[in-house]
Design a binder for this molecule. Sequence first.
Ligand SMILES: Cc1cc2nc3c(=O)[nH]c(=O)nc-3n(C[C@H](O)[C@H](O)[C@H](O)COP(=O)(O)OP(=O)(O)OC[C@H]3O[C@@H](n4cnc5c(N)ncnc54)[C@H](O)[C@@H]3O)c2cc1C
Length: 332
Amino acid sequence: MRGDLYDVTLIGAGPVGLFGAFYAGLRGMRVKIIDSLPELGGQLMALYPEKYIYDMPGFPEVLAKDLAHQMTRQAMRFHPTICLEERAERLERIEEGWRILTHTGNEHDTRTIVICAGVGAFSPRKLNAEGVAEFEGNGVYYGVREKSLFAGKRLLIVGGGDSAVDWALNLYPIAHQVTLIHRRDEFRAHEQSVQELRRSPVKILTPYELRRVSGDGHLESATIFHNKSQEETVLPVDAVILNLGFVASLGPLKHWGLELEGNSIRVNHYMQTNLTGIYAAGDVCTYEGKLKLIATGVGEVCTAVNHAKSVIDPNAKMFPGHSSDMEIPALV
Ligand SMILES: Cc1cc2nc3c(=O)[nH]c(=O)nc-3n(C[C@H](O)[C@H](O)[C@H](O)COP(=O)(O)OP(=O)(O)OC[C@H]3O[C@@H](n4cnc5c(N)ncnc54)[C@H](O)[C@@H]3O)c2cc1C
């Protein structure tokens, strides 16, 4: 599907892309944000939602997921267009600027781009066990899009981190039965959630791994094994949810003709890349003295957006003035 023309498109909805979306809205730009993940927040939500962050101005301590929610609220203030589960793959020059083509076949036309792609597009770590690929999307899932899909079902959840434990806790009230297996005896998830899990009706089996899934047309059973004794157990199940973490890759962005240094995109003081109208900010960019922190990334994206604004509108000043002096719409 082809879209209409935006002033700026941010690739990546981590903390840096989210703040960039807010800031571009503040500058009166038409804003789009694209991310390969099904939710906003980048590393904060995908890698460490339950960890505290202590180095954000104004927050002596804040859980990563709470910071992501607040940054999302702030980003939504000027109603940017959000495109999730779309991985930016190709780039084409168009008369007005650039066209971004995503893996879904969608085309996004934009005057300028700010790449806030962090360590690259995240995708779920896949499990190479018998039957898993065959039933993927039809009984085997790498995440939960709609809780109602699992209502009344016999579920097997695999994993030992926050996502696995949180989904077990979230789904047992609506599922018929939930079994959670983890290959180690200790869970990596937040201690409080693990305690809650142990008090819940979720059946916990450790140290167990998934060997195969099978069924005739639809999923019927999962074979798990004790990874010390190798003893197998067959569980009758309707669905398996695999929460094995994420892998990240800059992948296609490496072939866009951007000047790279290792896995990072080289920028100048305006956060401009070697391609006209394309900027980069946050973990994905590099320059002399670069620090990979949220606090520095959000500063970089302000510079990028303000510069992009002055390029597409030569009458606009690079420095916009103070937000406290501007007319700002109410939060939603
Ligand atoms: C365990 C841990 C603890 C940390 N603690 C702190 C801390 O206390 N303080 C601190 O300042 N920093 C901390 N960090 C670092 C911080 O999380 C990063 O600096 C920050 O997330 C960078 O933000 P970003 O928006 O640049 O990138 P990211 O958060 O990585 O977001 C990038 C987004 O871009 C998307 N994306 C990438 N490529 C594409 C593509 N081709 N198409 C579509 N979407 C794409 C990804 O899916 C992702 O959502 C920590 C990191 C880790 C792993």
